[in-house]
Design a protein around this ligand. Sequence first.
Ligand code: MN
Length: 440
Amino acid sequence: MALTLNSTHDAARRSWIDSANVPDADFPLQNLPYGAFTTANGHRTPHLGVAIGDKILDLHAAATAGLLPASVAGACQEPTLNALMAAGAGAWSELRARLSELLGADSGPTGEPRSRVEACLVPQRNATMHLAARTRDYSDFYASIHHATNVGSMLRPDNPLLPNYKWIPIGYHGRASSLVVSGTPVRRPHGQLKPADAPEPVFGPCKNFDYELELGAFVGPGNALGERIPLASAPAQLFGVSLLNDWSARDLQTWEYQPLGPFLAKNFATSLSPWIVTFEALAPFRAPALARPASDPAPLPYLVDHDDAAHGGLEVTLEVWLLTAKMRLAGEGAHRISRGNFNTMYWTLGQMLAHHASNGCNLSPGDLIGSGTVSGPSRDSRGCLLEYTWRGTDPLRLPNGEERKFLADGDEVIFRGYAERAGARRIGLGECRGLVLPAA
Ligand code: MN
């Protein structure tokens, strides 16, 4: 979660790989996100890679060729990022600096040495992406006050926010076993449903199927059981972010969530975008934590840190697009439903991390922290259909005349994210896609 800028952020620098220099490219030289991939005719165990333009630099091959720092060469030859995540912020920065040097037009090797780097490049179109981290534990927060207020006001119009909201970063334990990479179809779940006017529940396919637009933050070194993580250590503890879709079965959720919170309504699938954008790459897009109104309570001391207040926020634009089966058949492109920004979140990712470990709960490299649905103040910045359609009472109207209260079978949900700011090179998070399959 490095906050300082260095030469790897220099907006003027270009890569000798032309596709990285296209103005709106998601993966310019200043980004360098990590993923794991296989190729049809190549290695069967995933290799780690770095996205650059429309290519992937194969880190396993680059380490074997002696192109990477010796301190991280072993970690770069693992099938997941966990060893690199455990290596800590110093190692992350050293590797990023070397990758920037290898791929930079100004600093990169020329002649025969450059051909050694070129030999490690794979076209992204030839790669199958996999989850880049082995995630042992996944927790999901509820850090957007707009989301919490909207959802709360559907249930309690006069008192939408529960009394703990402004004191505690609210969260629940998710399920790591059902994390899937972008592009994996997601099947509509079965579960217990109880319409409000029915005397008893029934078991059947979910009718109110929804997405939740979130960021997922990956933990770096973590902490030993019984130890806490001070908020000031967050920059050394948070590795990077992906787009996260916390698929939600709203009708299952309504019936099951009291008194212990979400369970089967959310644990059947959670999608992640394949590229993990590091906090170091996001350094130019840090922002102050959300300014709290004077009438709100100040956070308790363990949730206060000067640097986190000054730089703990993130200016990242997040979009939801929908491609229905009818649109796909007609050859139409996806329709953008909403666009929001992570800078509207009430709690920072650092506060979520520090709170999670505040009781001595141990976090491990690769553990995942979901931010909660990212919703802003306006309708077009609401990050799930529950809010956007106000529980189905105000349907989404698509350009082709279709309407949605919730997702239909054959719908594909596409999240996109990017960060841009004057003086910085725009970087992208790529996409997180998921096609809704009919219930089995
Ligand atoms: Mn969620």
